[in-house]
Write a protein that binds this ligand. Structure first.
Ligand code: V47
Length: 370
């Protein structure tokens, strides 16, 4: 395969073709190439080998039970201190109403993530899950990141396995991939000093996998991190996946600076975002899925990212306004796409749109919703 004017990319193409693992240096070289079409082609070859033209989306809703958080992450525009006027915590009744709206709109998944709120007892979270599960037994509860699970274990003085078991018994079906940010120090300490460190995030993922649940993984890019931080992040995830095998999907999250303590930064460019999708697909050879998260990328870049190795666009994502108020590039519009719109985006890019559930099984509906 000799398709690039970049000799290093030709070398890496041979390696990928032969099914060989890419190294740290290879990852950096992929990022450094200026031959974007060849990088896209290479990532797309790997993606088509795994998934053909199939591109997944789901019908989901984000639900943030509380925005009160002590973590004080520099990149976050969502959290509030308890005294701020717009700090909130949803009670169970509210939560059921929000989940009920989602179910009525055809959601198969509720994505639940909140702040690290020390005013709440652990029973708030188990009661929340149990009530949601009882009212909507078919709604998949993708709930709590490794950072929240770490907080639960430390703050409520429980061991990790107990936390995971109790959440699972209450109704937690899988975990989203947030809180990974950038693993490597000093960058991690500079952007999220009060979150658990990389080893803890990774080992908790292993424990959730050992309990039989799937999780996702993310990487927040386009702020103060450098290329080496990113490649290191991907390799640590690949190593953990070799050990515990329960990651389903990797989601690179494009940093959105507005309303954060890093608002002076520009955020990643379109090219940087497309490269990040492609490098992720090529480095994470043991991750089944790469998601182009349209809320952060914008619909247009997310659509093009399907040609750079992504095989998932996330979901229709209705929310209660939290996403659009905090960190969505689509904030001028409602953070929402209809099924028709998301499927059209995929088909228009030359792929086949398949609605999936959280565990990537195709959803068969009796009546087609739009
Ligand atoms: O961990 C916070 C990121 C994450 C900003 O698992 C920001 O399917 C950009 O993890 N600009 C939470 N990103 C969201 C998340 C997620 C999203 C979609 C799907 C899945 C999944 C997981 O959002 C945080 C942080 O990395 N974030 N602030 C910001 N200003």
């Amino acid at each position: 395969m000799n398709f690039s004017h970049d000799p290093k990319l030709n070398e890496l193409a041979l390696k990928v073709e032969a099914g060989k693992r890419l190294s740290f240096e290879d990852g950096v070289a992929l990022y450094e190439t200026t031959d974007l079409p060849a990088l896209a082609k290479l990532a797309d070859t790997v993606r088509r080998r795994r998934h053909g033209r199939t591109t997944y989306y789901n019908v989901n809703r984000h639900f943030n039970p509380t925005n009160i958080c002590y973590a004080d992450c520099k990149f976050c525009g969502f959290y509030r201190t308890p005294r701020e006027a717009d700090a909130y915590t949803h009670n169970i009744q509210d939560s059921l109403r929000i989940a009920g709206e989602a179910v009525k709109e055809g959601a198969t998944e509720l994505h639940i993530v909140g702040g690290l709120n020390t005013k709440l007892p652990f029973s708030y979270f188990t009661d929340l899950l149990a009530s949601l599960k009882e009212a909507y037994p078919r709604l998949h509860l993708k709930a709590f990141t490794m950072v929240e699970i770490d907080h639960f274990a430390r703050f409520y003085k429980m061991n990790d396995e107990d936390v995971i078991e109790q959440l699972k018994r209450a109704g937690m079906d899988s975990c989203p991939g947030g809180g990974a940010e950038i693993f490597r120090d000093p960058t991690r300490s500079m952007i999220c000093a009060h979150k658990c460190d990389a080893d803890r995030w990774l080992s908790l993922s292993g424990k959730v996998h050992a309990a039989g649940l799937k999780t996702n993984a993310t990487m927040l890019y386009g702020h103060i991190e450098n290329t080496e931080d990113r490649v290191d992040h991907l390799l640590r995830l690949r190593e953990q996946q070799d050990k515990s095998g329960g990651f389903q999907c990797f989601i690179p999250l494009a940093f959105y600076p507005e309303n954060t303590k890093l608002a002076h930064l520009p955020g990643p460019s379109g090219v940087d975002s497309l490269k990040t999708i492609a490098v992720s697909r090529l480095m994470l050879d043991n991750f089944p899925h790469i998601k182009a998260y349209w809320v952060m990328l914008g619909k247009r870049i997310a659509q093009v990212a399907l040609h750079y190795g992504a095989n998932d666009l996330d979901g229709t994502i209705t929310d209660g306004g939290e996403l659009s108020e905090s960190y969505s590039v689509e904030s001028n519009n409602e953070v929402k796409m209809s099924k028709g719109e998301i499927a059209a985006l995929i088909e228009d890019a030359g792929f086949e749109a398949v609605e999936r559930d959280t565990l990537y099984k195709p959803v068969v509906r009796e009546t087609a919703a739009v």
